[in-house]
Design a protein around this ligand. Structure first.
Ligand SMILES: [Zn+2]
Length: 169
């Protein structure tokens, strides 16, 4: 299902009018923005896009993107950690700022240039949006500057003190 590489450019108007669904993959190494956050550019993003028009005849794209075991650096030990990144998109295709402002809030605007949809640009943008803000090994152990071993699970619970206070009454 995802074994074909998507073409770089698609004609969204034609696809929306035809209510087309497109599945395929995009080489990770072509997504230069996304790759700048990663430790490896090997792999593919699986992409599924549904093109249609809504009740107001707006061209829209609902889609799903996913990549497994992508290598980013752990924020505690800075070593590589493999994570899965998935994204769901609900885009309204617009041709200018004015159309973007009128778009209902359920859609994210995607500004179309030259009437072509640049898949690299779209998937790159989508994957960057879905990078987790914090990622570290669940069993990560780092040596602190005092030589103590500190693990992720031993983080103090910020509500512990509060709970003790509440229980006093
Ligand atoms: Zn780690």
């Amino acid at each position: 299902m995802f074994d074909t590489e998507l073409p770089r450019f698609l004609d969204p108007r034609k696809l929306c009018d035809g209510q087309q669904t497109i599945t395929g993959n995009v080489e990770l190494s072509t997504l230069t923005g996304f790759c700048s956050y990663l430790l490896s550019d090997q792999g593919q993003v699986n992409v599924e896009l549904h093109f249609s028009r809504d009740n107001a005849h707006r061209p829209i794209i609902k889609g799903h993107t996913a990549i497994k075991n992508v290598q980013i650096s752990c924020q505690r030990c800075l070593d590589a950690i493999g994570i899965d990144i998935i994204g769901d998109m609900n885009l309204g295709i617009v041709l200018n700022e004015e159309q973007a402002e009128k778009l209902p809030h359920e859609y994210d605007p995607w500004l179309l240039e030259d009437k072509k949809l640049d898949m690299r640009e779209l998937i790159d943008h989508e994957m960057i949006l879905n990078i987790p803000i914090v990622a570290y090994h669940s069993d990560c152990a780092v040596i602190t500057e005092y030589g103590d071993k500190e693990t992720a699970q031993e983080k103090p619970n910020p509500f512990e003190g509060l709970q003790a206070l509440l229980q006093k009454d």
